[in-house]
Write a protein that binds this ligand. Structure first.
Ligand code: AMP
Ligand code: MG
Length: 539
């Protein structure tokens, strides 16, 4: 048998069960013209064909979980399929209708403007994985845009979602990154300097891509019937442990969404991830990181840092705002399911619990970052507060700081050690480590003294503590400039850097000394370069 036929056979053996389109109401309209879609959760729409699909990279471990071999992923049949050129018999391509609050304002219907769900793959372990192409062409939800994605943003989505997965942060995943062969016009900084960029498609996967905005759209239209259908469907398929949907179950479900959202944001804070566009249409009901756009990674610790140029003025989506914005978004979700619950009180209670819960989870995470056994209110409120202050005394690289902090020797006699010696292990984390002012050194040393005293209370030995800390504080994150370097090379036809980053980010907590330079501070040239510290929504 020809190789080509055997790959095709392997693909055709994949099992699909398209519960979303089979069980939920669809759009009665046809075609791709932009329109308002009422009383329907999705519109059937086929991906637009592309001229020359070619694979740049795929995620082997995810592919094998889905039942796809590496050889198959490198075949032409795979590129044809995951660029949308050829579909499999069991697929049922569709775009989902949703709405959302963008930057705090209700924006009405948005929907999958360039994402097309191919179908729900059921793997051999009976897991359900929706396969979605991002950048697959126009849908009824494209509004005035083109339905496409460029290489730059697709590299960012592929690498970051995979990096997040390996960091242990809940996220949608990326199966493949494929060049389409087409060029796409983009005005990257909305300043009239539009240019052609290579087009690309990422196939991403998740148990489902439903968002807060998926429910909001029906509530906003007083369409309680479709609202209930979608919520019931979500509970039955994504939260089966909650049992038969009913009022009580709706509440339990909402509490679970609050819980998983709190856990998600705590992870973001832990690794220094800033989503950049936490609009309600970009919030997953499953508590996954979703829609990688103008996200960024904290380099210098700064609660007010936002990577998104559109957000520069109000900093709504800055690092330190993320927990509060997630709470605001949950409140919008609560409002949208209110018609099914009828009583605002228990929803309000759940939102209060979110805030409390977030705080506790955050404290527990922070003391783990510091290598402490558990949060002790008498000492640790102050310790954490002073830490946040200490991190802003001089430009301090958050990722490096915690890795270096793990080297702290808690077995010293604090009376016999001077400030310089105390600070020394941390110097690598400072962008200007040369001449830190005397009073700042004093403040750093004061904090380190309290920290060491606190460690001494716990009595964990240095080695064990370091191991614990290095399991929660990554050495390698997708520093903003690292993806930009990979993008620059990819745009020139060289994909090695994408592969290298993908590999090393599979083990973010390991030392990997051969990749040390990837764990270093951002170089000075990247400080103010587009793509390295400033990103727009253009993608
Ligand atoms: P975002 O906040 O970037 O996730 O996107 C907001 C909305 O704009 C979503 O409905 C997207 O589907 C849509 N959108 C973004 N880029 C495009 C594009 N190039 N073509 C069509 N729709 C888009
Ligand atoms: Mg989005």
């Amino acid at each position: 048998m020809h190789e080509r036929e055997s790959y095709q056979q392997e693909l055709e053996a994949l099992r699909f069960d398209n519960s979303f389109t089979r069980l939920l109401p669809g759009d009665s309209g046809e075609g791709k013209q932009p329109r308002q879609v009422y009383g329907a959760c999705y519109s059937r729409v086929a991906p637009t064909k592309v001229s020359q699909p070619s694979l740049i990279i795929h995620a082997s471990d995810l592919a094998s979980r889905l039942g796809l071999s590496d050889e198959l992923c490198r075949s032409d049949a795979f590129s044809q399929l995951f660029s949308g050129n050829q579909l499999l018999p069991g697929m049922d391509p569709h775009a989902i209708c949703y709405g959302g609050h963008q930057f705090g304002n209700w924006a009405g219907q948005l929907g999958d403007g360039r994402a097309i769900n191919l179908g729900e793959l059921i793997n051999t372990n009976d897991e359900r994985w929706m396969l979605q192409l991002k950048g697959a062409g126009l849908t009824p939800y494209s509004r005035s845009a083109d339905g496409l994605a460029v290489l730059r943003s697709s590299v960012r989505e592929f690498l970051c979602s995979e990096a997040m997965h390996h960091l242990g942060v809940p996220t949608t995943r990326a199966l493949s990154l494929i060049l389409t062969g087409e060029m796409v016009m983009r005005d990257m900084f909305y300043d009239g300097r539009a240019a052609l960029e290579p087009g690309a498609i990422v196939c991403r996967t998740a148990p489902s891509f439903t968002r807060f905005g998926s429910l909001q759209i029906f509530a906003s239209r007083d369409d309680t019937t479709t609202l209930k259908q979608l919520l019931d469907h979500t509970i039955i398929h994504d939260f089966p442990h909650l049992g038969e949907p009913c009022q009580q179950v709706y509440l339990e479900w909402f509490n679970e969404v609050c819980q998983s959202t709190a856990e998600l944001v705590v992870h973001w804070m832990r690794v220094g991830f800033v989503h950049g566009v936490m609009n309600t249409d970009n919030m997953s009901l499953l508590g996954l990181t979703i829609d990688y756009g103008p996200y960024g990674w904290l380099e210098a610790f700064d609660l007010s840092w936002t990577p998104n140029t559109t957000d520069r003025e109000f900093k709504r989506y800055s690092y330190g705002q993320q927990p509060a914005i997630a709470g605001w978004n949950l409140a919008r979700l609560a409002e949208s399911i209110l018609p099914l619950i009828g009583d605002i009180e228990p929803l309000q209670e759940a939102l209060n619990t979110y805030s409390q819960n977030y705080k506790t989870l955050w404290q527990n995470m922070m003391v783990e970052k510091l290598g402490l056994k558990s949060f002790q209110a008498e000492t640790d409120h102050k310790l954490l507060e002073e830490l946040q202050h200490m991190l802003t005394l001089t430009e301090t690289d958050m990722t490096i700081f915690y890795r270096k902090l793990a080297n702290t020797n808690a077995e010293v006699n604090l009376e016999n050690i001077n400030n310089n010696k105390l600070i020394e292990p941390l110097l690598d984390a400072y962008y200007q480590s040369e001449d830190i002012a005397y009073d700042l050194q004093q403040q750093m040393a004061d904090w380190l003294r309290s920290y060491i005293q606190r460690l001494q209370q716990d009595g964990v030995n240095n080695t064990e503590r370091k191991e614990n800390m290095n399991r929660i504080n990554p050495k390698y994150v997708l520093r903003n400039y690292l993806s930009q370097v990979a993008i620059d090379q990819a745009e020139a036809g060289d994909y090695n850097e994408i592969h290298r980053l993908h590999e090393l980010l599979k083990h973010p907590y390991d030392e990997q000394p051969e990749f040390d330079s990837y764990a270093a501070k951002r170089p000075d040239w990247a400080r103010n370069r587009a793509g390295c510290s400033m990103l727009s929504c253009s993608s």
